[in-house]
Design a protein around this ligand. Structure first.
Ligand SMILES: [Zn+2]
Length: 247
């Protein structure tokens, strides 16, 4: 019998395979993003039936094969029941998982994005931060971990840290007043409160990421900026994002 490995992580997606099997994409602490086959688990009384579902946090015992990994058993640690309570929570959590799957690479250490997803689901459970705000914070943060971080602490042209009041989406960060005036491309004016919000998100430890709410006008500007930044730097269309538009 081959040796088993224990991995801990969140199931990002599940696809049916054959008559009774499922293929799971799991974001794990130990192995990054992995694909695991769960044989026979679609039979209703199968012990793996309940743990081979998306968006749950589990400890998995797997056998690592040369080509495929196989699931032997799983111990559910957090089922995040709130995420499945209504359509809005289902769409948002599915979207967050879809982004996590897209922005991670097999064979890489992806603990930052795993932790981000975990604190995001936990914030949804707590329900103190509105979902549209959680979404934009998550998008900004996952891009940072992926390597498309927005430069918000110093002018991307001269490096100065004062009078940062313009954002260049294409260049990926803020410009100081002097550089913004001298630049042919210009940029978008950014309110100090919105800049501060982005600086906070991009520098705060994850445990405190979802610890604030914004006034309506600040939120709207923040949302507009993140949405536009995301669209310019990410060409992919996300299925769950289209579902969110129907809400
Ligand atoms: Zn400058």
């Amino acid at each position: 019998m081959s040796e088993q490995t224990k991995v801990t992580g969140i199931v990002l997606s599940v696809y049916p395979v054959g008559e009774n099997d499922r293929r799971l994409t799991i974001l794990t602490k130990e192995r990054g993003k992995i694909q695991v086959f769960a044989r026979g688990c679609r039979k209703p009384n199968h012990p793996l039936f309940g743990v081979t579902q998306p968006l749950i946090y589990c400890e998995f015992m797997i056998t690592e094969g040369r080509r495929f990994n196989y699931l032997n058993s799983a111990d559910g640690k957090n089922y995040f029941p709130h995420l499945k309570e209504d359509l809005e929570n289902i769409y948002y959590s599915t979207y967050f998982a879809e982004l996590a799957e897209y922005f991670t690479v097999e064979g890489m250490d992806e603990r930052n994005i795993l932790n981000l997803l975990f604190v995001t689901f936990s914030a949804m459970e707590k329900g103190k931060v509105p979902l549209p705000l959680i979404r934009r914070i998550y998008e900004l943060k996952i891009l940072q971990y992926y390597g498309i971080g927005m430069e918000v602490f110093q002018c991307i042209s001269c490096g100065k840290t004062e009078n940062l009041d313009t954002l260049s989406f294409e260049a990926g960060g803020v410009l100081c007043r002097d550089c913004a005036h001298g630049s042919a491309r210009g940029g978008t004016h950014v309110e100090p409160a919105v800049l501060y919000t982005m600086q906070y998100i991009l520098s705060i430890p994850l445990q405190r990421l979802y610890s604030f709410v914004l006034k309506e006008d600040i939120f709207l500007e923040f949302q507009w900026i993140v949405k536009r930044f995301f669209r310019i730097h990410v060409e992919h269309r996300f299925k769950a994002a289209e579902m969110l538009e129907e809400l």
